[in-house]
Write a protein that binds this ligand. Structure first.
Ligand code: SF4
Length: 519
């Protein structure tokens, strides 16, 4: 510390958008913790400060769980938790606490976040945190933007993060406890909608990973690791060798997100033998992005059949498969994308489908600049921007009623009892079967059918909502306002005035200003 003041630091990892408990939340929220808030906790303690770490799963009482005399509060949030994080920041700023926002929302919407936090962090490393702590002062009305030039070269491992990991996993209602680890940052692929497409691929320290895996074997009989790599296995042989060496008795289980192009049969055999039980590949569309599913120029039904064969092959080795789709992309039009997905599910009954609605998160990806230039972005409140509850990009080839009708139809097809039963029968192992059923009957399956069906009906009856969707007005529809109020509960009172709105074209304005300054 060498004379610097010892600070009382709070760290809040927000993994939910509201304080409402759900079955899925009780089982899963503790498993959704991010790595970076834990890393910040380690760096702050290394600098000699007192840290209170909370992963907010919707049940905690922030008024009593943090110390009264806290100096500074770091909050990590995805965009769906932005309004909750703004309310929490306001609550603590009124008590004289300096607040800091990091995580995906801060990176995607820095200008908006500046209104509600004293610091807003882009790429964050130990030096950035050290600078924030050295300054540690209120910055109003605009928070200070701070960022490293790149993602950090190294991050604290599981051993160093353990006390934060274990307190978070203690919140999960079952024995399914997933330890967050990461073996690489960024991605060599360039999917234009993806935040990681602009981050240089970089493997992390394999020796640290080896040590962390061995450490975990001393903590659990059969540890479960959730790999947070955007695209696991780019350096396939290297990372699998590390895992095999660290766990020769194959006691560990792993879940990862990986491109189909990386998952050949030989590799799947090796993954299975190493303990991989869950894979979440992105298919995205039947009409584009063939490079990441190894289907090349194949499109439509030809691509769908090849991908179905590929996924069925993977499932012979890895029991849990979530296949990710993006709906409403510009390459899609008419009924075919939806009908092909239904056929895919019939041909690939074990796969759990995860549908994302085409969304543009601020300045996350280069494509968003084009969409803003074309005036296609809606001012949808952040609270709904989780790829499901709102689609903030006007689809190129669908009007809203058609899009939502097709979405409802596809979602229903995916989560009928018949489909749920077929999925259970096509999935091996108790935990994968059980996960699929819980997800289908909770907010992810039945919940989405209900939500999308209600929204589709509203498009015909709620004129203010329809005008908003058609970009005839930017006034936030009362339906959205009421939903946020209901969801936030006691935090609604703390939501700063005007913070339900944001400038959906801030990225375009910023790049225009930068271009003008460069001339
Ligand atoms: S492969 Fe996945 S992680 Fe990589 S750029 Fe595409 S969507 Fe992003």
């Amino acid at each position: 510390m060498s004379g610097a003041k010892k600070l009382k630091i709070g760290i809040l990892d927000i993994v939910t958008r509201n304080p409402k408990p759900t079955l899925y939340g009780r089982i899963m929220h503790g498993n959704l913790a991010s790595i970076m808030p834990q890393a910040i906790g380690v760096w702050c303690e290394e600098a000699g400060h007192d840290v209170t770490f909370i992963c907010y799963t919707g049940h905690e009482d922030l008024n009593t769980d943090f110390p009264d005399d806290m100096d500074i509060l770091f909050i990590g949030a995805f965009t769906q938790s932005a309004q909750l994080s703004y309310a929490v920041s306001n609550l603590f700023r009124k008590r004289g606490v300096v607040t800091v926002l990091g995580g995906p929302h801060a990176r995607c919407y820095p200008e908006d976040s500046q209104f509600y936090f004293d610091y807003v962090l882009g790429f964050t490393d130990k030096a950035v945190i050290s600078d924030v702590l050295a300054d540690c002062a209120p910055h109003q009305p605009h928070g200070r933007l701070m960022s490293a030039a790149t993602q950090p070269r190294e991050l604290p491992g599981v051993r160093e993060r353990w006390k934060f990991i274990s307190s978070t996993l203690a919140k999960t209602a079952t024995n399914f406890k997933m330890v967050p680890m990461i073996a690489s940052l960024g991605c060599p692929y360039t999917c234009s909608f993806c935040i990681d497409s602009v981050v240089k691929y970089q493997p992390l320290d394999f020796e640290q990973i080896r040590g962390d895996l061995k450490f975990l074997l001393t903590k659990f009989k059969r540890p479960i690791v959730g790999w947070h790599d955007p695209n696991f296995g780019v350096r396939f042989d290297d990372v699998l060798s590390v895992i095999e060496e660290a766990d020769p008795e194959h006691r560990m289980r792993f879940i990862a997100e990986s491109s189909l192009s990386l998952l050949s049969e030989e590799r799947c055999k090796r993954l299975a033998s190493a303990g991989f039980e869950g894979m979440l590949p992105g298919i995205e569309s039947w009409f584009d992005m063939g490079h990441k599913s190894k289907t090349g120029a194949k499109q439509a039904r030809e691509k769908m059949l090849q991908v179905s064969d590929h996924v069925n092959m993977i499932m012979r080795y890895i029991p849990y498969m979530q296949t990710n789709f993006v709906l409403g992309l510009d390459c899609d039009k008419g009924p075919e994308p939806f009908e092909l997905t239904k056929e895919f599910l019939d041909l690939t009954p074990g796969a759990f489908p995860a549908y994302s609605l085409f969304s543009a998160f601020g300045q996350a990806a280069p494509l968003n600049l084009e969409l803003q230039k074309e005036g296609r972005i809606l001012r949808s409140p952040f609270h709904f921007l989780n790829n499901n509850l709102a689609m903030n990009v006007k689809p190129m080839n669908y009007d809203w009623p058609e899009f939502y009708s097709r979405l409802v139809d596809l979602t229903k097809h995916s989560f009928t009892w018949k489909a749920i039963g077929r999925r259970a029968r096509a999935t091996s192992g108790f935990t994968p079967k059980w996960m699929n059923v819980v997800r289908a009957v909770s907010s992810e399956g039945f919940g989405r059918i209900k939500y999308h069906t209600a929204l589709r009906a509203r498009l015909d009856t709620d004129t203010s909502l329809r005008a908003f969707f058609d970009r005839e007005t930017e006034t936030i529809p009362q339906y959205y306002v009421d939903s946020v109020k209901s969801d936030l509960g006691p935090f609604w009172e703390q939501l700063p005035e005007g913070s339900l709105e944001h400038d959906q074209n801030a990225y375009l304005k910023k790049s225009n200003l930068a271009a003008a300054a460069a001339q």
